[in-house]
Design a protein around this ligand. Structure first.
Ligand code: SF4
Ligand code: SF4
Length: 372
């Protein structure tokens, strides 16, 4: 069978470095109980491109194996698995991006670009807004519902398609022709929803700035993820209200879309702010410093979406509503536009790697001797 293009190229310097370090780990195996990366590694004697891409995305960058490692720098072996994995992980987002010629956007998707895009879109939205005589907390008096849908739906659908195509290409490479047993799928979903591998393997959490463990990286990830999902649920419920029941916004503060959006909004304030704070304090040997602008751009957009959304709810009966609505919609549109080429994508690749591991661990281990 002909190999996909992403696998035929020679290993990059960064992939070779991951391979070199994994060979040392495979002889050492001290970190076997920390996360899925190590048991998955022991099933291999050699590490090809697909193995490295898979393992890099299976690593959650908890830092445990770096702080436990007797071969970490300044040792001459210079083993730093979370950093080597992070560099390759960032590269895989570009390798699998769809359309391929937009892959370089990952590099440019930093804080400045995210905020400048949000601002430009807010300005554009402010310019196309109507000037009604009375607002009465009604967003659609400023931008008719149909216009809002025709602006946002194509961008959102393209973002979903681009993400799905990227993950499909990744899956084709790392797991060709894999059958997905139901229990493996359930396990992968459970591991993803609990962020199991952000517990450091001992349940105490990640190393962030030093040897001490902290549960906060996992908690802030959870606040961000569930906050996002609640806000998404609020939008879905409001859409059903609009089209199915003919109940049009604005909705009461006690209505389901507003309650879901408010609780989700608080999660989306706390989570991204916390992740940003932890990222600033992160140990310099963790992660890939060149990806920080992408991380910060993503967390900043989520934070401003939530802040402007909650402010909009608080002041929807005032003259400030038009400005707040423009800022909020500008930030949402900027997030949609950058979704497939920014940090958001990492969740999808991680889920695919977790699924691959849940399948693989159920298969016989060819490297184990009979009766071992
Ligand atoms: S990270 Fe270090 S301690 Fe852990 S398995 Fe690899 S070489 Fe051994
Ligand atoms: S950093 Fe954490 S998740 Fe990544 S390989 Fe090391 S122990 Fe596993």
């Amino acid at each position: 069978m002909q190999q996909p293009e992403t696998l035929t190229a020679a290993l990059t310097a960064q992939e070779s470095e991951v391979g070199r370090q994994l060979q040392i780990c495979n002889a050492c195996r001290y970190c076997e109980g920390y996360c899925a990366v190590f048991p998955a590694m022991t099933r291999r004697l050699e590490f090809g491109k697909a193995d490295i891409h898979y393992l890099a995305n299976l690593c959650h960058s908890c830092g445990a194996c770096l702080h436990a490692c007797q071969y970490a720098p300044p040792h001459e072996f210079a083993v730093n698995i979370p950093q080597a994995m992070a560099v390759v992980r960032g590269q895989t987002y570009q390798d699998y991006a769809w359309p391929a010629n937009l892959a370089s956007l990952y590099k440019r998707n930093g804080l400045t670009v995210a905020l400048a895009l949000a601002l430009a879109l807010a300005l554009f939205i402010a310019l196309i807004m109507r000037q009604p005589e009375a607002l009465q907390a009604n967003f659609y008096a400023l931008i008719p519902h149909n216009m809002m849908v025709s602006l946002f739906a194509p961008v959102f659908l393209f973002a979903l398609l681009a993400l799905a195509m990227g993950v499909k290409r990744f899956w084709r490479d790392v797991s060709p022709a894999a059958v997905i047993p139901q229990e493996a799928a359930m396990e992968a979903v459970g591991d993803a929803l609990r962020l199991k591998y952000l517990d450091g393997g001992h349940g105490e959490g990640c190393n962030n700035e030093d040897d001490a463990w902290t549960p906060w990286r996992r908690r802030f990830h959870h606040a961000t993820f569930y906050g996002f999902m609640l806000c998404f649920a609020a939008t879905c419920v409001a859409t059903l209200y609009h089209y199915l029941f003919g109940w049009h916004a604005p909705y009461a503060l006690t209505s389901l879309p507003v309650v879901l959006g408010t609780v989700g909004g608080v999660g989306l304030l706390v989570g991204p702010a916390g992740l940003f704070w932890l990222n600033l304090k992160r140990h310099p040997m963790h992660g890939d410093a060149s990806q920080k602008p992408m991380d910060h751009g993503f967390t900043a957009l989520l934070f401003f979406i939530s802040l402007s959304g909650l402010a909009l709810l608080s002041w929807r009966d005032t003259a400030a509503m038009a400005l707040l609505l423009a800022v909020h919609l500008g930030a949402v549109m900027a997030l949609f536009l950058t979704l497939p080429y920014g940090k958001f994508a990492h969740g999808f690749y991680r889920c695919a790697a977790l699924l691959k591991w849940a399948i693989e661990k159920r298969l016989p281990d060819n490297l184990k001797l009979k009766g071992e």
